[in-house]
Design a protein around this ligand. Sequence first.
Ligand SMILES: [Zn+2]
Length: 418
Amino acid sequence: MTPRLWATITLIVLIVAAAAVALLRVPWSAAPAPRADQLAALDTLPRDAVAQGRAFHGALRPGMYISIVLGLVVALLLGLTPAGSWLVEQAGRPFGGHWLARALLGGLLVTLIGEVVALPLSAWRQSILREYGLSTQGWGAWTVDLLKGYAVGAVIGAVVLVGFYTVTHFAPTWWWAWAAAGAAALTVLLTFVFPVLVEPVFNKFTPMPEGEQRTALMALAARDGVPVRDVLIADASRRTRAVNAYVSGLGPTRRIVVYDTLLEKAPPPEVESVVAHELGHAKAGDVLTGTLLGALGAAAAVCALYLLGSWTALLRLARVDSIAEPRALALLLAVATVASLVAGPAQAFISRRVEARADTHALTLTADPTDFEAMQGRLALVNLGDPDPNPLEQFLFGTHPTAVERMAAAKAWSRAHP
Ligand SMILES: [Zn+2]
């Protein structure tokens, strides 16, 4: 069998495996949220706050679409013309065109161009966040965050670039197999180390102090049968007025994190409701599901890239001889950009289903639909969310059910559990 045939078989196996994970671990039936209940929920929210949320999203919208289109245009301009391969050559020139210099410096240069183009749009977004009072950050702190983000991106990018092109250099025939395994392994590794290596770069995390609230939350976790060592508080208020909570990490690095803003703004029963939702993610192993899907998807993407490498017309556009050479890295980024745009709505769909399951879990665990509903309303308003957004945008980008859907689901739950 040829490597090409092996790659095709591997790709099919990976896609089937990802489909199996999705089928088995993603809840495909959604909690009921009748539209009439959604509209009734919308009516309970203060009208001026809803209008404010809509105005905020209206202000963000042009920048968001421009940045998607611009990102795509830049990626295609660099990847599907000789511009990308030329840039990579220039980056490697001081080192005699060594493959490693081309891979590392060329890769960082090409991604830096994307970042620089996106910078004015990020600044525009930040100015809107400040104007609406959601951001608590001055421009100095915002710039520090931006630089930290670049640094983290550069470190991860360097690992990926050096790893990938070392493999293509030393295993010119079977690189795709090694790179697929490496991509999957890196995805898993990043999930483990992210909470302990990356999150602390941006925020301070402190264990919730002993007291009534901590005791109540730990009792909730114990009642749920989810082993939780601690609930951590993130100093989110240094950046935002928004309230949130999340669960991240796997095994020994798993943690439930609540924003300090949440503790400040929400009464204890609502905080319990939020933590119960996060416990739902922990209990269902949603981080593991996401990691498995990510790892299989990354490996499949490498196989697909390898197969795409025999499409000579594509290589000719970028003026490269092989998809595995560093000069083709802008072409790889262009393909990756298109692929991630196409995959976005599917990811959002899976995320919404997983989130709806965590909501149902919170309702079952707390048996307190009233505070759940109040919390959803608060989340939407404090975070300047649009509680009932445009259905097309919700389909494309919505990672959670809408606020009115979540409130209606609470109504449906309380009707089913009188
Ligand atoms: Zn969630």
